[in-house]
Each structure stands twice: as C-alpha cells, then as structure tokens.
Design a binder for this molecule. Structure first.
Ligand code: SF4
Length: 464
C-alpha cells in the first residue's frame, strides 16, 4: 500500500534543535488515538453524497472547457494477508477466477470512460497501479489488463507509471513484465527490516523476500525505485528503527517514503482497542515524530533531500531536481483523475467522485455497462482553493502567487486566522507575503494542522 502522497519541493525546512531521544516518550507525549487520519482530499469524504452523482455525470458527458492534466488510477484490491494497521478496501480470500472477473471489470470501466466526451482524445499524463497489492496479480492477468487499458486510452506519452509492490509477491518474470508495461516508478512496500515486527503487524512478507527481489529490480533499472517505510509499527524500538534506516540506505532507493503509523477506525488494531479494550500498542506521536525526524536527518546525511512531509529523494542522480512524482504533483495541483476500481476516488472538472465500495455492486454495475459510481461532491472555487492549499502544505513549502492568479484570492487574507495561529505556534513561517515554509515540527505533524484551513462546517466532520 501507499497512500496518495502528492509532490516534491526544492526547499529543506528549517531544522529544530536535536531531539533528546530518551525523553521522546515522556509524560506529556500524546497517545496515538483511534480515529487519526491521513488527509488525502478535501472536503472530507463524509460530505460526498449519492445525490450529487448527476453533477458528475454532467461533467463526464461534456468535453472539458479547459484542457487540464489527466491521470488514471487503477485499484487492485488484493493482498496475501491483511496487515493489522490496514484501513484500505482489500480482499485476501479471492481465487484466480474472482480476480480475473474483477480485472475484466476494471478494464471495462476504463473502456467505458474512454468513450466519454470528458475523456476521449485527452492524453494521459500519469498512470498509477495502487492497492491493495498490484504485484499480487499473476503476470498473465496483469498483461491482459494492461493490453485492454492501453488499447482504450493510449499511454505512449505518459510521463510516469507507478506500480506498487509487496516484496513477497514478486517474481523475476513479474518484474520484467512491469518494465515491459512501461512502469517508470516501482514502489516497494518494505515498511520495516525486522522480521518480528513485520510478523507482529501482520505483514505478509519477510526480510528474506526483500533481499530476494532486489537484484531483479536493480537489473530492470526502473527510472525510480521508491521504498515505503512506516515509523511506529507495533514492536518498534530505537534500535530496530535505526537498523531499518541503515538497511534502507543499503538498498539505495531513489526515494524513501515514510508514514507515521495511524489508527483509523477500521484497522485490526483499532477494533481490538475499541471492542476488546486492548491497550494501545502503537507508539505515541512524539516518539513517532522523533523516529521520523531521525530518518530525515540520517537520509539527508547520506545524500537525500526533503521532498515533502513523507518523502525524501536523492539529491543527485536520476530522481534529482526533476519533480519525479508526477502523480502527486498533478493531483495536488488540481489535475483530473479517473479513479477506477472498487471504492476508488477521482476528480473531473470540479467534481469529486468515489466508486461503490461493495464487491458485488462494483461487478454488477460494470456487467450492466454502468460506471460504478457511489457518491460525488461538486466543489466550489473555495473548496478547490482549500484543497490545493492544504495538499500542497504537505510539501513543506508553498508559493502563494499561483493561488492568487488561479483563484483571484489572497490565501493570506482568506486564511488569515489559520496562518496566524500556526505561525504563532512555530509550525510555519511566511516570507515576503509570498512563501509559506513549514518548520520541521510543522512538517512532522502536517496532517494534524490542516483542519485549521477547513470551512467551519467541516471542522468537526467525520473524515470518511
Ligand atoms: S499490503 Fe497490507 S497495508 Fe497494504 S493494502 Fe495490503 S493489507 Fe493493506
């Protein structure tokens, strides 16, 4: 898995004084609470409604007035095992026939979209195979999907094709297939290099499987190899985290993405806490931030630079200075995206859309030739301004001038209270009324700051 993690920035946020590691779990440390979320969109999903589906239909049935960038997300919701911290729509019990049926439906969804006026003749800028575990799918089935999708929407000019992998599902032949499919960015969900921690957290892979697949990946020479890590898996200690960092550095990826462990409501861990009264075993936020900060500092020491709140990229080499995470950049700057697959979300010409979240509803809709829409939201200019602003805040550095030009509003005036509060708390700094720079403390807790910018009616709204 990898959450939608938009763009890179050229600046390195200011450093804060070194953390006293022994104090990282102090009495004032804040517990990781059930219900914490990673912000990937705005307004919150709970505001999206089936009533708004006609608005989405309207934009899909019209050629767009302005030619914005277009991307395609393909959701592959299968995994070998359910990680105990996972909150995604995934299936671990589907057989080969069911998987084939799903992939046929997914291809069909793309084919139907490709004939719609809003999509026809528009070049794709990026493609993202996410999950779930796209690498779970057999070579034969993946090739069939790819052939049908690229026949429907030509992607020869696509700038980036990302493919998410779980190490234990990879084979040499799969890796070669991804190269043949034009994958440019392979994202490897390593998460941790300690087998006991991987097991405790319900991960399907072990470290020997990481080492087994790396030579195949290196030989295939993708434009970019990204490694995902999670700071704060259950059982993590300073020793294991530092060891994971050193082993990640040995892998020598082009980028490293680090998430802090959260507890949304529907994870195995959260349910254990809520239903069975189990103690919270996830490290508190101060500790996770300290681990994350250590990782940032250590990776910067060996030649990486901060690209966003979550991602570091090599400051020299293939990934340097090229804004390589096209998916993230495009999405966070307001691109259109077809979100295909069960429960996927997308955006077209000002309207958000999410597909149905039920297996049968998804397959039945497509069997009847209907796009499997579940709920939508027609944004206002103010919603779009807020959405782009909060998502780009995650870069750690924000240029306000493009917002003034695009929306005719000065964000410093519109969000005066939020900026003033966060600047007062040392979370960010405003330079020349043009640039917003998050401090290191601000960057490490950016998701928790974003609701300051929400419209009042969404301040306390449920996220999903
Ligand atoms: S690999 Fe684990 S975290 Fe990722 S989607 Fe599958 S179950 Fe969820």
């Amino acid at each position: 898995m990898s959450r939608t993690e938009p763009t890179k920035t050229d600046s390195t946020p200011e450093k804060r004084p070194p953390v006293n590691f022994s104090d990282a779990r102090g009495p004032s440390a804040s517990e990781t609470e059930v219900g914490s979320v990673f912000v990937s969109n705005y307004p919150p999903f709970s505001a999206w409604q089936a009533d708004a589906l006609p608005e989405y239909e309207d934009v899909i049935e019209q050629a767009p007035e302005r030619a914005s960038e277009l991307g395609l997300y393909l959701h592959i919701p299968f995994c070998r095992k359910r990680c105990k911290f996972c909150y995604f729509r995934v299936y671990i019990d589907r057989n080969a026939d069911q998987i084939q049926h799903y992939l046929d439906s997914l291809a069909r969804e793309v084919e139907i979209y490709s004939r719609k006026p809003a999509v026809a003749d528009r070049p794709l800028k990026f493609v993202y195979f996410g999950g779930g575990t796209p690498s779970y799918v057999a070579v034969k089935h993946m090739k069939q999907l790819w052939n049908r999708v690229r026949a429907a929407i030509p992607w020869d000019d696509v700038e980036e094709v990302t493919f998410e992998c779980e190490p234990g599902t990879l084979t040499e032949s799969k890796v070669h297939t991804y190269r043949e499919m034009g994958v440019t960015r392979l994202s490897l969900g390593i998460e941790n290099f300690d087998d006991a921690i991987l097991r405790e957290n319900g991960r399907a892979h072990e470290t020997k499987e990481i080492h087994r697949c790396l030579p195949w990946i290196r030989e295939a020479s993708f434009d970019q190899l990204n490694v995902d890590l999670i700071a704060g898996m259950v059982g993590e200690t300073w020793e294991t985290w530092k060891d994971t960092l050193e082993k990640t550095i040995d892998v020598d990826p082009d980028s490293v993405t680090i998430y802090q462990m959260e507890l949304p409501f529907n994870t195995v861990y959260s349910q254990g806490i809520l239903k069975d009264g189990e103690p919270v075993k996830v490290a508190d936020w101060e500790t996770k931030r300290a681990w994350n900060e250590y990782a940032i500092d250590r990776l910067c020491e060996v030649g990486y630079e901060v690209s966003s709140a979550y991602t570091l990229v090599k400051s020299s080499g293939k990934a340097a200075g090229e804004g390589r995470f096209v998916y993230r950049d495009a999405l966070w700057h307001g691109a259109d995206m077809l979100g295909t697959g069960i429960a996927s979300f997308g955006h077209m010409q000002g309207v958000h859309i999410q597909n149905v979240a039920s297996w049968n509803d998804y397959l039945d809709s497509l069997a009847e030739g209907r796009l499997p829409w579940g709920r939508a939201y027609k944004t206002s200019a103010e919603d779009l301004l807020t959405r782009e602003l909060i998502l780009q805040m995650k870069l750690g550095n924000l240029d306000l001038q493009p917002f003034r030009e695009k929306y005719g509003v000065d964000p410093l005036d519109r969000f005066f209270g939020a900026f003033e509060t966060l600047e007062g708390e040392g979370m960010l700094r405003i330079r020349d009324r043009r640039h917003v720079e998050l401090s290191r403390p601000g960057l490490l807790r950016v998701d928790s700051l974003l609701s300051n910018f929400y419209a009042e009616r969404y301040q306390n709204a449920r996220y999903t």
